[in-house]
Design a protein around this ligand. Structure first.
Ligand code: FAD
Ligand code: SF4
Ligand code: SF4
Ligand code: SF4
Length: 381
């Protein structure tokens, strides 16, 4: 069997599967590596999968023409991960008659769907720190554009790139794109495994939170994963960048030139200290469409020094660096040690401390809420 892109470098964006006329591509997810495998017996060598693949053909990237930091109104901001600019734009786009495509939790997976009303935007808000699944969305967006509908696609940079490849320039006139600054994503199998070890079946979750405004903490509607301010192992592995699929460590989109009309991220190290605790978004505008999106959303925008903003946000300069703990983590995981034990092996002191805190809380010897947790921008070593 051949693969659509270079071996072990697939991002799981699913565009090749959506475009294949013979339905002969399957994604093989072995947690560390993704591969899009072609059934050579069914393939007619039309080349469509190779053409749309963002790894083979990254869509054009552009320097930002304007940059801001800002936030949406109080309610939107409370329910968002950073300043809430995404949700404010999504709402305004729907009100202007457009359709929004983004991802939400459906049956244990972060699937991309179209939202045509404000009500259908529910579930989009909030960063999902895991690989989302765009299967089917390329076809759906194309259909809407063919009907003359305006569509806003909001996703990770690799997904935006493949979307642009699938749509092409002519139909792209009505396509608006927002990408998130992205430092990498683990396979959904890691989230499933981690939650299971914390006693939660992902299939029963209606909501999973990865962040409470500026605090990073895994939580679900089924069960609180860890008491407040006790660090969970999923967040630890994610923030330290040790559990992403292999392709993310050589991501083409981790740079200052961006693939979308508008890039959103966190304004780490902002000088507006009084607003920092409620979340401040960084917005990089690459085109007139990007400007249009910001204008329609009526968010509060302030100036930001882009060069300063790039310093703490390494993703605007280079992909996440491979650390020795990455190899330790996957070696353990591949030996079947389980998620928590594999993280433990990487950070024994830190993990021991969290488990001890959990035990002491259970024995009512300390109350939940004590301790540090992950504050904005802090990656504990
Ligand atoms: C995996 C990941 C890594 C990130 N890394 C960084 C980083 O290194 N630096 C930085 O500045 N910002 C990073 N961000 C972006 C940050 O977390 C916020 O999403 C961003 O600041 C926008 O915040 P918001 O409040 O406007 O919107 P949010 O409330 O965060 O909503 C964001 C929108 O993005 C969509 N979305 C969320 N998760 C995913 C996903 N996994 N796949 C596709 N679409 C998704 C949602 O559906 C929603 O429409 C990352 C986000 C993700 C998902
Ligand atoms: S070359 Fe064409 S038929 Fe073959 S896998 Fe790719 S898209 Fe499918
Ligand atoms: S990166 Fe996307 S288009 Fe390329 S092989 Fe993987 S799933 Fe297919
Ligand atoms: S790091 Fe790059 S390849 Fe990985 S999920 Fe983010 S945008 Fe996609």
């Amino acid at each position: 069997m051949t693969t659509v892109c270079e071996l072990n470098k697939c991002a799981g964006c699913m565009a090749c599967i959506d475009i294949c006329p013979k339905d002969c591509i399957k994604i093989e997810d072995d947690i560390q590596y993704l591969n899009a495998k072609i059934d050579d017996n069914k393939c007619i060598n039309c080349g469509q999968c190779h053409r749309v693949c963002q790894r083979n053909n990254p869509a054009n990237v552009r320097e930002p023409i304007a940059w801001y930091q800002g936030w949406a109104d109080k309610i939107i901001r409370q329910n968002s991960s950073s300043g809430g600019i995404s949700s404010a734009i999504e709402k305004a786009f729907i009100c202007s008659g457009g359709v929004v495509a983004s991802c939400k939790l459906i049956d244990g997976d972060y699937k991309f769907v179209l939202a045509r009303s404000e009500n259908e935007l529910q579930g989009f808000a909030g960063s999902k720190y895991v690989k989302s699944n765009p299967l089917g969305i390329y076809k759906s967006v194309k259909k809407e554009l063919q009907k003359g509908q305006k569509v806003l696609f909001l996703g990770l940079p690799c997904q935006v790139s493949s979307m642009k490849n699938c749509i092409g320039e002519e139909l792209g006139e009505n396509l608006y794109t927002i990408d998130l600054i992205c430092h990498g994503t683990p396979s959904i199998k890691i989230l499933r495994m981690a939650l299971k070890e914390y006693g939660v079946n992902i299939d029963n979750c209606k909501e999973i939170l990865f962040r409470h405004n500026t605090r990073f903490e895994l939580d679900t509607d089924v069960k609180k994963v860890v008491p407040s301010r006790v660090g969970d192992f999923y967040t630890k592995a994610f923030l330290n960048g040790i559990d992403y699929t292999e392709n993310c460590y050589s991501c083409h989109y981790a740079q200052g030139e961006r693939v979308s009309d508008l890039t959103l991220g966190d304004s780490w190290g902002s000088d507006i200290h009084e607003e920092e605790k409620d979340g401040i978004s960084l917005a990089l505008v690459q085109s007139e469409k990007g400007k249009e999106l910001l204008d329609m959303s009526e968010v509060i925008l302030k100036n930001v020094d882009l060069e300063k903003a790039k310093i703490p946000n390494t993703q605007l300069r280079h992909p996440t660096t491979l650390r020795p703990e990455h190899d330790i983590f996957f070696n353990e995981l591949n030996k079947g040690r389980g998620f928590k034990r594999s993280v433990f092996k990487c950070y024994p002191k830190w993990c021991f401390k969290q488990e001890l805190k959990m035990k002491l809380i259970k024995m009512h010897l300390i109350s939940p809420g004590g301790g540090k947790g992950y504050e904005i921008g802090v990656i504990e070593k």
